[in-house]
Write a protein that binds this ligand. Structure first.
Ligand code: GLA
Length: 456
């Protein structure tokens, strides 16, 4: 039991050969429109909330002025419903002219000027989930357009696809993105559309982050169902995580309407232990101080951003309690002791030996920002209903499980440009699935036409 806990926590360190396109060396952090602002396009009724230039510039101002950017939240990401329904006469995608009067390029310039990054959304098939133009038949054009606009991250959705199109579709989008020479973080929704036998092995050299499962909704139950899903499949999910590759359990709800303070801390703790991307999807113009305190807690963020990039795991789940633990750099650990009891606070004990780690540890409570002292064998804490205590355990002596990150020379982003045939073939061999884009795009288009003879 002891051995298996700790072995399963550290087994994959240094084994993973992750995608090195220079981005997402630690889980990306930022803000994403979808969970809170959806597809609100009626700017007359909802001038502050509609998906528009105003919304994104307001959010950018809050990110840079209220401490979020300093804490690491750097991406400002547009989701669905940003485009005109029709491409222009040159078949370029165009941002909605009323809602984005200066276009996406100008918005990206604005973000960069503030030290932020800009993300955008498309679907690799014909239409986005909201019915806006998708990229099939225009993959190269769209990715080049994104690069020209100065986009730093692209979320590629998979609505209107079928399983057999995903491989070439996601592969082609990734390869075209790579070919632009602009480092763009690639977020793939592929596994969220697959019920079983998810394609993580294929995704690893192709995408930086991938959505594993259902869309998060603004409720504790939705958040918990995702956390439980991730915990139930953690052995499968942990294998492919490391600098450059992260599972994406979807956005943070903190700052939105449903989560209490304890529940918000719980999401922040579990997401940080899972090394999940931290994308806020709340109205940053209306945050309460406790919500900001949770999102800006530097010690919790440091757990999320730990340079080993390990996917921490759920070590215990009963109907009323959970324990999640992540191995950190320099032999430390972070432990989230979760209570899902609704009725009263409980005392919970985390025994080191039971989970295969050896004290003594200096124990610090990361949300209470308090040192709890040095503990030799266990730590006991009181946990409020539907809440968490998130601890950091730092070894008093050098731990036998000490792991330091692989010293990796940071590879420069490749700029393939127009490649002669020989290089293209070499590249194909070198990258396996993440090979040359044209073949895959043509294959995806052909398959699409086979299933949907009428192009729409
Ligand atoms: C899907 C995705 C969501 C969001 C919507 C937009 O449901 O999973 O994250 O992008 O599409 O329509």
């Amino acid at each position: 039991m002891i051995i298996s806990h700790i072995t399963s926590l550290i087994f994959f360190v240094n084994v993973v050969s992750s995608l090195d396109n220079g981005v997402a060396r630690t889980p990306p952090m930022g803000w994403l429109q979808w969970e809170r602002f959806r597809c609100i396009i009626d700017c007359e009724t909802y001038p502050n909330d509609c998906v528009s230039e105003k919304l994104f510039t307001d959010i950018a101002n809050r990110l840079s002025e209220d401490g979020y950017l300093e804490a690491g939240y750097e991406y400002v990401n547009i989701d669905d419903c940003w485009a005109e329904h029709k491409r222009d006469k040159n078949m370029n995608m165009v941002a909605d002219k009323k809602r984005f009067p200066r276009g996406i390029g100008a918005l990206a310039d604005f973000m960069h000027h503030k030290g932020l990054k800009m993300g955008i959304y498309t679907d690799f098939v014909t239409k986005t989930c909201g019915g806006y133009p998708g990229s099939i038949f225009h993959m190269q054009k769209d990715t080049e357009q994104f690069a020209k606009w100065g986009i730093d991250m692209v979320k590629v959705d998979g609505c209107y696809s079928c399983n057999s199109l995903m491989d070439e579709g996601y592969g082609a989008m990734g390869a075209y993105m790579n070919a632009t020479g602009r480092p763009m973080l690639y977020s793939c929704s592929w596994p969220a559309y697959i019920a079983k036998d998810k394609p993580y092995k294929q995704l690893q050299p192709m995408c930086n982050i991938w959505r594993n499962w259902n869309d998060i909704q603004d409720s504790f139950d939705s958040m918990m169902s995702i956390a439980n899903y991730m915990g139930d499949h953690q052995e499968e999910f942990a294998k492919y995580v490391g600098p450059g590759n992260f599972n994406d359990p979807d956005m943070l709800l903190i700052g939105d309407y449903s989560l209490s303070e304890g529940e918000s801390q719980m999401q922040m703790a579990i997401w940080s232990i899972m090394a999940a991307p931290l994308f806020i999807s709340a109205d940053l113009r209306k945050m309460k101080q406790w919500q900001k305190d949770i999102l800006l807690n530097k010690e919790v963020i440091a757990v999320n951003q730990d340079p080993l990039g390990l996917f921490g795991k759920r070590l215990l789940k009963t109907s009323i309690e959970q324990i999640w633990m992540k191995v950190l750099v320099d032999g430390a650990y972070s432990v989230a002791i979760v209570s899902t009891r609704h009725d009263r606070p409980v005392y919970q004990t985390f025994s080191f030996v039971e989970y295969g780690i050896e004290g003594p540890f200096m124990v610090r409570d990361l949300f209470q920002k308090k040192d709890l002292g040095t503990m030799a064998t266990k730590v006991t804490v009181e946990v409020d209903p539907n809440s968490v205590r998130m601890l950091k355990l730092t070894p008093k002596k050098k731990s036998h499980t000490q792991i330091t990150p692989k010293k990796k020379q940071h590879k420069k982003f490749e700029r393939p440009g127009k490649q002669p045939h020989k290089q293209v073939n070499e590249r194909k061999q070198q990258h396996g699935l993440f090979g040359w884009s044209d073949d895959m795009a043509v294959e995806a288009e052909k398959k699409y036409m086979r299933f949907h003879p009428k192009r729409h």
